[in-house]
Ligand binder design. Structure first.
Ligand SMILES: [Zn+2]
Length: 343
């Protein structure tokens, strides 16, 4: 098969890789129907995260089960499945508490690399969720979004305690931030403030349920949020970038007693303890336990109540994966959908 490998900064190649095979009896092999480039893939792509080249790339995927190991019980060959970016057993105490991304047996799918025609999925019973039937083609982008950006945005909104009557704000206008807007709307937030300076992303934020747009960032963005909330700040704030500026912007935009859900992969963030102490906000975040939300998200998508697939504004054949990285790096695309040739 062929797949994407990162050789160094700005050097993604689509090249032959070994066909995956069943390694453990709990594995499944899927034929990848659609995959995509993640905002978090841009950190190693830009050379801002160390790699051991060549490194397989990609951790988002939907596909069809091709083969199952002898201990896989809940899936059959031919099932259409959605999985998270962390494989998990879904049975350990951490999983049972709803934090499958930190499963005691968690395995990062990025180490396997799903920007490929086929992928081995460890712990298939715990990791994959089958759709009720074979989805029509127009549902595939939304199901793929559930694999990461929607699941992550949803977790962020839940972590920020979004709910009826509340004012919700989101820092970050990438696909995850936009999906957090969609989630907050579904969770019943009354006011949803999206922070974005990008017209196309503002448009999508409004389509997903944003009621207000703030174009300022940093301290000016915080001042604007305060101005919109009688000087109090938002009750629920999502951080979906991962930098020092965005994290402090999220915390400072939140009123005492409120909550921050942070899901931007943290890079160089150091929180000042005294400010944190007096901020008096709830902080919850980390790699999203997407698996917790997959059954509900698949249902919302398959019954066409949400359409998160709109975050994909560029679709390319998988062999043009390098262009997908370039387009996202240059912010020409919010998110690039990649279709393997065998699909
Ligand atoms: Zn577990």
């Amino acid at each position: 098969m062929n797949g994407a490998m990162l050789y160094g900064p700005y050097d993604v190649r689509f090249e032959p890789r070994p066909d995956p095979t069943i390694v453990d009896p709990t594995d499944a092999i899927i034929r990848v129907t659609a995959t995509c480039v993640c905002g978090s893939d841009l950190w190693p792509y830009r050379g801002l995260e160390p790699i051991t080249p060549p490194q397989p790339m990609g951790h988002e995927y939907v596909g069809v089960v091709e083969e199952i190991g002898s201990e896989v019980k809940t899936l059959t060959v031919g099932d259409f499945v959605v999985g998270s970016f962390f494989a998990s057993d879904n049975t350990c105490p951490i999983c049972q508490a709803g934090y499958q991304s930190r499963c005691v047996h968690a395995f990062p799918m990025g180490a396997i690399g799903t920007q490929a025609q086929f992928a081995r999925i460890p712990l298939a019973d715990g990791t994959l969720v089958a759709t009720p039937d074979m989805p029509s083609d127009d549902l595939i982008p939304s199901l793929l979004a559930a694999s990461d950006v929607l699941g992550t945005g949803w977790f962020a909104a839940v972590a920020a305690d979004a709910g009826p009557g509340k004012t919700f704000a989101v820092v970050g206008d990438g696909a995850v931030g936009l999906c957090a807007v969609l989630a907050a709307r579904q969770l019943g937030a009354e006011r949803i403030i999206a922070m974005s300076r990008h017209l196309e992303r503002q448009r999508l934020a409004r389509a997903f349920g944003a009621t207000e747009i703030v174009t300022e960032r940093g301290d000016a963005g915080v001042a604007k949020i305060k101005e919109l909330t009688d000087g109090l700040g938002a009750q629920s704030t999502v951080e979906a970038v991962g930098t020092q500026e965005s994290m402090l912007q999220a915390i400072r935009s939140t009123r005492p007693g409120g909550a921050v859900g942070y899901v931007g992969v943290s890079h160089g963030v150091a929180l000042p303890g005294e400010e944190l102490f007096f901020a008096e906000v709830h902080l919850m975040g980390g790699p999203a336990p997407v698996r917790r939300f997959l059954p509900a998200l698949i249902d919302l998508i398959c019954t066409r109540r949400i359409d998160p697939g709109q975050v994909f504004d560029l679709t390319l054949p998988l062999d043009q994966v390098a262009e997908g990285y370039r387009a996202m790096d240059e912010r020409r695309a919010i998110k690039a959908l990649l279709i393997p040739a065998s699909a």
